[in-house]
Ligand binder design. Structure first.
Ligand SMILES: [Fe+2]
Ligand SMILES: [Fe+2]
Length: 188
């Protein structure tokens, strides 16, 4: 853990490093509530943005070298690249398991069929203590009770923002939302 923190501190800006510590702490809290392995949650929380400060050229070069497939959708929504490539770096450098890699890989878009660890990281990233936006307090509280509802609210907010700004929407996010709605309907 210490080694990871040291590495991260060297490669990230101070504010992103702080965000990473915030996600680590929030992931730990949520892991306790939802009975997920705490060490794994902390490590993924800490390192989820490990590739966030690389350039597009560096992403492409890294992906080429390591046979990571970048889809056309990924290219349109470049935020997915730091997640995909970050997952690979975490495997290579710190021996992340498949499940931990998935939690890094899908922390931006989400996807249908997320594990509880993936959900925790997706949510911790958006509600860690350093995040400041209208409604974050409510989401933080709700995250302790109903994590799916928080994911739904986050994805809706992001989709509406994308629509308003005429930005593309990643199909994985749509698939995640559809699954949540299906589960909601079947549990009524
Ligand atoms: Fe990220
Ligand atoms: Fe993040």
């Amino acid at each position: 853990m210490e080694e990871m923190q040291k590495y991260l501190k060297e490669i990230l800006s101070e504010s992103r490093y702080k965000h990473s510590l915030g996600v680590m702490e929030k992931a730990e809290e949520l892991a306790k509530i939802y009975k997920v392995d705490i060490e794994s949650a902390k490590k993924v929380g800490l390192l989820h943005d490990i590739a966030k400060e690389m350039t597009i050229e560096q992403y492409k070069e890294y992906a080429n070298k390591n046979n990571i497939k970048i889809t056309e959708q990924d290219e349109m929504i470049t935020a997915i690249l730091h997640a995909k490539i970050g997952a690979h770096i975490c495997k290579e450098k710190f021996g992340f398991t498949e499940e931990m890699q998935d939690a890094v890989r899908y922390h931006t878009t989400g996807r249908a069929g997320m594990s509880m660890l993936e959900k925790i990281i997706y949510v911790a990233d958006k509600v860690e203590e350093g995040r400041k936006y209208d409604g974050v307090q409510e989401l933080r509280k709700l995250a302790e009770e109903n994590i799916d509802e928080v994911i739904m609210q986050i994805v809706d907010f992001n989709l509406m923002k994308a629509v308003n700004n005429r930005n593309p929407i990643h199909p994985l996010s749509i698939e995640m939302r559809n699954e949540l709605i299906k589960n909601e309907k079947s549990s009524v």
